[in-house]
Structure formats: C-alpha cells, structure tokens
Write a protein that binds this ligand. Structure first.
Ligand code: FES
Length: 356
C-alpha cells in the first residue's frame, strides 16, 4: 500500500477543499485525502480507513483522484456513477480537488471515552445477543450512531451501534447487539452469560447515520444485527412524534433469525403516522408455519408503502453490504433519489463482530 501511495503521489503541491466546512489543506505526496484531512484537523467523516465501511464517502466536485483500492468494492454502481469517492482511498492527481461531504450529523456530541461494565446480557437469537453496558457517566449521542467497544485482551476496538434511543441528558446505560462468532472465545462466553460485570471502555459517539429532518416518507431496511441503529432511529422518531409514513422491512434468513419484534410492534403501535412493518425471510423452509413474506427483503421495496410515490421518499438501510447495494439499486430504480438514501454498511471491519 505504501508503494502504491508513493507511485500515485509526487509532483506539484496538491490541495483539497472540503465543502461544507470550507476547509482547504495540502495533501503531501503519498498521503490519502483522508489522512491529510485528519492531520489538518478537518472533521472528515471516517471509520475503518481501509476502504470498506463507506463512512468517508464524499462527492467529487472537481479534480481527479486515483483509487488505492477500487471504490466499487464498497460503493454501489449508482454512487460511483454519481461521482462519489472514498477519501481514505483517494490520492489527488490535480493541483486542486474539491469534494463535498454529508454534514448534517456533524453537530453530534464530541466523542469521549467512558468506563463501563456489562450489566446484563440477553440472548435475542441463536447468534445475536444484546449487551447492556452501565457507564460511569451519561453518554449523549444521535440516534443511529455507534461507539467503539474495547476490553482487555482485544487488540483493537470493535464498533457497535447504539440500540436504544438517545436521551436528551445522556444515557447511563446503553445496549448493543453483538453477533456470535463460531469458536470466538469472547462471544461464546458472552452467550453463556459468563461476562457479566466485565469492564469495558466505550468510546464515542461516532458515525453519520441519522434521521434527516423533513416530511418525506421513509423506507427503512434492516438486516441481521443492523436492526440496532434503525431501532434507535425509529424509537427516537416515535418519541418525537414524527408523522412521516414509514415502511420498515426486516430481512432475515429464517424465523429463528427474527428478533426485536415486540419492540418494533411497540414503535408501530405508537407511531404518529402510517407505519408498515414487513419481516421478510430468505431461507425459511417451504413447509414451515411461516405465512409472511419470503424472498429477498429488497424485492419488497416497490410496494412497501402502498399509494406512496417513492420519488419523494428517503431510504434508511443498515445491514450487510450485499443487502445495501441491492437496496440502493432497487430504490433508485423505483424513484428514490440517490442523495436521499442513507445507510450504514455492517462490514467485517466495522460492526460485525469478529471477536476472538
Ligand atoms: S473510512 Fe473510508 S471506507 Fe471506511
């Protein structure tokens, strides 16, 4: 990677301007647009820094860049066609490159480090557990954001989305959904309830996924442990008496993989406007008792909100990359504007637990 950076770098000084911050900084030879931004104190959204999470996605307004790794590994075809790039993989080629980042969550509380301990664990499915972490002081965050969890023995922090709605004064207890890793000592122990009271460090909040203000209908899609940030967003919106029509599609493999249904039902029952909830199973045995929707969750986007034109809708998706890419393709096909689709990809490097 270092050699690639040197090959792409070099020559005249290269500057980057980032809207809407109005920041302008030089990118030294061999550095990516993101590396130089962070060294210059520019609050460029980022997470993995290795081109897999999509957090540093920005729109190229002018100038050309070289890609250390193909943007197409993480960005959808629609995003690339619309001019989006990944700053952590972009080496500027021209004297001036102008990019624009999405900025609406940048007034989120500043990230801090909190001491915590696992106060409770609850098995949600055969491979997802909810942990509740008691903190040494309240944490404030925006619904949809995530935190880094660190504990003794883990080489590097793992990211998990807050599964609860935030509280104006901060939350002293927060919960996260953690997926079990086969033969992973930490998650196996977690599932056995052996890690209660384990000290953890919670660092955050981070992330740019959040509900954008407005009155547009919402098409929300969750897959796997991607339910956490959407539960946080929807519960916060319910508390705020948001009246927007909302369809919530939850994709799972089988009935055994569905969870959080009571909580979703509570949100649906108390939503101020129309709320449609549709669980969709992709691998449920044909002869089972399931009478609900079957197939890929993204197939149900066009009819998710009967009678509502999707060209005014916003998309909110959290889950595996394949589901999100299919969701972007389907939503844009049926009229949702690309810049009205917001997502949080749960990649190996971000949210999906790969604990030892
Ligand atoms: S920070 Fe660039 S893709 Fe994750």
């Amino acid at each position: 990677m270092g050699l690639l950076k040197k090959l792409f770098g070099g020559g005249e000084a290269k500057f980057v301007e980032v809207a809407p911050f109005g920041s302008r900084y030089e990118v030294p030879s061999g550095e990516t647009m993101l590396e130089a931004a962070l060294k210059n104190g520019v609050p460029f959204p980022h997470n993995c820094t290795v081109g897999t999470c999509g957090s540093c996605k920005c729109k190229l307004k002018s100038g050309r860049v070289s890609a250390l790794t193909d943007f197409g590994y993480t960005l959808s075809q629609q995003e690339i066609a619309a001019g989006f790039i990944l700053a952590c993989q972009a080496i500027p080629k021209d004297a001036l490159t102008q990019v624009e980042v999405e900025s609406q969550a940048l007034d989120a509380p500043k990230a801090e480090s909190f001491k915590g301990r696992i106060a409770a664990t609850e098995t949600l499915t055969h491979d997802i557990v909810r942990i509740t972490v008691a903190l040494d002081r309240p944490i404030r965050f925006v619904a949809g954001q995530y935190a880094n969890l660190k504990y003794a023995g883990l080489e590097r922090a793992r990211n998990y989305s807050f599964a609860d709605a935030p509280d104006r004064d901060g939350r002293s207890e927060v919960s996260f959904f953690i997926r079990k890793v086969p033969n992973g000592a930490f998650t196996e122990a977690l599932f056995k309830g052996e890690l209660d009271q384990l000290p953890l460090e919670v660092e955050g909040p981070h992330g740019n996924f959040h509900l954008h203000p407005g009155t547009s209908p919402m098409i929300c899609i969750a897959g796997g442990s991607g339910l956490a940030p959407l539960l946080s967003v929807l519960e916060a919106a319910r508390k705020d008496r948001v009246k927007r029509p909302c369809a919530f599609l939850f994709g799972a493999r089988t009935q055994a993989d569905l969870y959080g249904l009571d909580q979703i039902q509570q949100i649906a029952n108390n939503w101020a406007g129309t709320f449609v909830f549709l669980p969709v199973l992709s691998h449920e045995p044909a002869d089972s008792s399931w009478t609900g929707a079957r197939g890929l969750v993204t197939q149900f986007i066009p009819d998710a909100l009967p009678g509502v034109a999707l060209n005014d809708a916003e998309g909110y998706m959290c889950g595996p990359p394949g589901m999100i890419d299919a969701g972007i393709a389907s939503m844009t096909e049926y009229g949702v504007k690309l810049d009205a689709i917001y997502y949080d990809k749960f990649t190996d490097q971000s949210h999906i637990a790969k604990m030892p």
